[in-house]
Design a protein around this ligand. Sequence first.
Ligand SMILES: [Zn+2]
Length: 139
Amino acid sequence: MAYVPDWLRETVETRANGLCEYCQSAKLIITYMTVDHIRPEAQGGLTTEDNLCLCCIGCNSFKRDFTTGIDPELGVEIPLYNPRSQNWDDHFKWSEDSSVILPRTTTGEVTIQRLRMNRPDIIRSRQLWVSAGWHPPKR
Ligand SMILES: [Zn+2]
């Protein structure tokens, strides 16, 4: 992974309000955040502000070098959610108890699947965060 200079990492983190730009987990409670290349370096993605986002280690470990997911109905590849050019609220919403991320669009659906944004461990964590008053995040 390319070296991301401290100033650029800080810019990305501040812009994201310390939240994973995919699953919205807060840096305060997820201890390890990384900086994701939205377009992977392996595909020519640059280490620039407009190609970076703050990402928890869980989402990052499943995103790897993927840029698409499979539409479950049509079986075709469609692009993953892009936090730089798209709005989280247009593609995702919280379940009533805020423990599960629900898709509003096919983009949301394939991104939830590809990044496993509703991993059983993170659902349990969200339930605890809700009871502590830390979740869902205020943006
Ligand atoms: Zn995440």
